[in-house]
Design a protein around this ligand. Structure first.
Ligand code: MF3
Ligand code: CO
Length: 260
C-alpha cells in the first residue's frame, strides 16, 4: 500500500532531507586520501545528533552504522571500517536521517583525489541517470517510466543496472511501497500521483550487472569487482510538480572549492 503524503507532511519531510543534505556537505570536507571511513561515520553521527536527527540506518534490521560506505566495487550496504581512502578510489555514501517523524534518504558517490577518466565517466553518467529518472517522475507516468528512463540512459552508454536492489517509497518508514527499479518497461508499475514521495537511486556498474553479498550479510559488491556508482535523491510529487527534497548543493560547493 502506497502512503500518499499531505502537503503538510511533505513540508515536514524537508527537515530530515535538509539535515541529511547538510550532513553530506560536512562529510564532503573530509573526503581525501588517508581518511578512514569510520572517521566519516563518527562525523555523521555527531552532526546528525547535534541537529536533532536520528541516523536511521543504525540498527535498521541490525545494520551497524549510520552510513553505508561503498568503495569502488561495493554497490551498496558496506560498513564503515578502519580502511583509509586512497587516491583514485570512489566512495559512495548512502544514509537515511529521521527527523520530526519522517525519513530522508540520499546517496552521493565521491571521487577521492584524482580518479581516472573512465571511472569519472561512470560517476557522471550515474548522476545524470538520477536526474533523467527524476524527469520521468511526472503525473500521467507510471513508476516504470522512471525505471525505463534510467535503464535506457545507462545502457546506451555501455553500463549495466543492478536489479536486486531498487529505489522505494519513503516517509514515516525508510522503505515503503512502491519499489522503484532501475530497469523495466515504461508502462508498468503504479501510476504517479500527488503525495507520492520516493527515493530514486540508480546503482550502475561498469562491468556486468551481477552482484554478490559478502558473508557479513550486508556488503553488496560487483561479482567481477569492477566499479559501481550510486546516486540518490528523495523526491515528492506536490501540486503536479516533482520536488527534490534532498540536495547535492552542500556537497558540490565543497567539491568546487577543492577543484580550484
Ligand atoms: N538508501 C539505502 C536503501 O534504501 C539505505 C539503506 S540503510 C540500511 O537501501 F540500513 F538498510 F543499510
Ligand atoms: Co534508498
Amino acid at each position: 500500500m502506497i502512503y500518499l503524503k499531505t502537503p503538510r507532511e511533505i513540508e515536514i519531510m524537508k527537515s530530515s532531507c535538509d539535515l541529511l543534505s547538510r550532513t553530506m556537505g560536512e562529510l564532503a570536507k573530509w573526503i581525501q586520501p588517508g581518511v578512514t571511513t569510520m572517521k566519516l561515520e563518527m562525523i555523521a553521527r555527531e552532526f546528525i545528533g547535534d541537529n536533532g536527527g536520528r541516523p536511521a540506518c543504525l540498527g535498521y534490521s541490525g545494520f551497524p552504522a549510520a552510513l553505508c560506505i561503498e568503495v569502488n566495487e561495493t554497490v551498496v550496504h558496506g560498513f564503515p571500517s578502519n580502511y583509509s581512502l586512497r587516491e583514485g578510489d570512489i566512495v559512495g555514501i548512502d544514509s537515511v536521517v529521521e527527523k520530526d517523524g519522517y525519513n530522508g534518504d540520499m546517496c552521493y558517490t565521491f571521487p577521492v583525489g584524482e580518479v581516472d577518466q573512465k571511472t569519472m565517466h561512470l560517476l557522471r553518467t550515474t548522476k545524470e541517470a538520477l536526474y533523467v529518472g527524476i524527469d520521468a517522475f511526472k503525473i500521467g507516468n507510471r513508476i516504470g517510466h522512471i525505471s525505463n528512463a534510467i535503464q535506457t540512459y545507462c545502457e546506451k552508454r555501455g553500463y549495466t543496472l543492478v536489479r536486486e536492489m531498487t529505489g522505494h517509497g519513503i516517509g514515516k518508514s525508510m522503505h515503503e511501497s512502491p519499489e522503484v527499479p532501475n530497469y523495466g518497461r515504461p508502462g508498468i508499475g503504479p501510476l504517479i500521483k500527488n503525495g507520492m514521495v520516493i527515493a530514486i537511486e540508480p546503482m550502475v556498474n561498469m562491468g556486468s550487472r551481477n552482484i554478490v553479498i559478502e558473508s557479513d550479510g550486508w556488503t553488496c559488491r560487483t561479482r567481477d569487482r569492477k566499479p559501481s556508482a550510486h546516486f540518490e535523491h528523495t523526491v515528492a510529487m506536490l501540486d503536479d510538480k516533482a520536488q527534490i527534497l534532498t540536495t547535492f548543493e552542500y556537497i558540490e560547493e565543497v567539491l568546487k572549492e577543492r577543484a580550484i
